[in-house]
Write a protein that binds this ligand. Sequence first.
Ligand code: GBH
Length: 510
Amino acid sequence: MKQSGKLMLLFLIGMVFAECKSNVNRHEIRKIPEGIIFGTATAAYQVEGARDEDGKGESNWDHFTHKEPCPVKNCDTGDIANDSYHQYKRDVEMMRELGLDFYRFSLSWSRILPTSFTDKINEKGVQYYNNLINEMLAYNIQPMVTLFHWDLPQKLQDMGGWTNPYIVDWFTDYARVAFELFGDRVKYWFTINEPREICYEGYGATSVPPTLNISGYADYLCAKNILVAHANTYHMYKKEFQQSQAGTIGIALSVIWYEPESEEYIEAAEDARQFSWGIYANPIFSKTGDFPEIVKDRVADKSLAQGFSRSRLPELSPDEVDLIKGSSDFFGINHYTTYIIYRNSSSIFPTPSFYDDIGSVFYQKETWEAAASLWLKAVPWGFYNALTKIRTEYDNPPVYITENGFSTRGGLVDDSRIKYYRNYINAMLDAVEDGSDIRSYTAWSLMDNFEWTEGYTECFGLYEVNYNDPSRTRTARKSAYVYKEILRARQLDFHYEPDITVPITIDDGH
Ligand code: GBH
């Protein structure tokens, strides 16, 4: 990097480090500019249920949740989940109550292709998605569809899942079927949700299947194959479907904000960002493409010192770099929280491992408002900093906020969630004022759902779901009323207090 570039970078990081305060004080009403659309999100395994129904194949989550001893809190599974497979009309009714512009959901690969491959298409599974999409469109709610939100056909998992390079073909074939089936009506596509969580948590650690725990190796193989599968699918859509279907397609990355503990750790924080999401964003969104230099150098150096014959980070060939570079129409951001980071040379992590490669330690402040999820604290300025970083580092790409949300332990009066949403949307509007090209905002989630290994113990919903009731009744929380009012008025009013004794209803035009 040239000296002037370095200075600029330090300057920008310095600005970011100043824990930016919002431009607007909380007693004002803040208008939301035209052109940002609002929705909510869910994912197939977290809401659908109907695990064995109508010819669905087994997914890695079906498999994992039925292991013994059970790996999920309270031995919960997604066998029934929110029963959305049967309750999709109620789901769409809630979208209408909220006045959503769009709803982001994911397809279950094994429900559409029970053998994992394209030799057999499960018509009944397809019918479910057709019903859902058509019901939404009847009320002018746009479907945003994620092809892969973590539920991999178990057979493909058995064959190595995302560490097997053949997954590029498997995924592209599956995606083509989805475009053929639904692309006449679906205009927003996401290939893969949160590569970092899939690769690190599943292949590097033990938080989600396949719980491989081969950190610093399998997670990097997974990262490469995800990037190539994503890019291959992107180009396939452009070549075979763009002209007739005219949709937009991209990826949704988990963007965690890392803030240096002090000026001494500016570089450490930048390293953490590059390892955590730059590893996916740089190959797709930077001008040069490829994994970030720091990631390539660090892993190569450490691998050598550790006695490996080659870097544990696989190379991207020049053709792969070209394939991946620019392979997203927008930057999809799932953002939840922030960590403080400092460098620690005496490694506390196993060697080799992803976190040993990062070489830093991170934590969250006790003073930050805590959610029910241990990893989640409310830090709105971290969202602003992340959006600023994406604008400046990747030449202001169109941004879709694909997830943002806060968990509680349940209850209809959820003031902590309301505060979170207001402050985070406010931070987003600060970034918009600075020039960020933000096109959509998505609340996670429409309703409580199966929160992976936490089962049903952490509630992210605008609607509460009663899991003791076989019909999984959904009830609007206070936050649903507030979100609805933000969307209706297209403004943030920090003082708006809904009357939640009055049932939430569908307004005209929805
Ligand atoms: C998203 O992941 C997912 O896309 C969505 O499916 C999920 O329901 C939602 O957020 C809420 O979690 O317990 O410290 O080992 C967000 C990323 C994934 C980050 C789980 C924290 C747990 C790490 N989160 N991860 S830890």
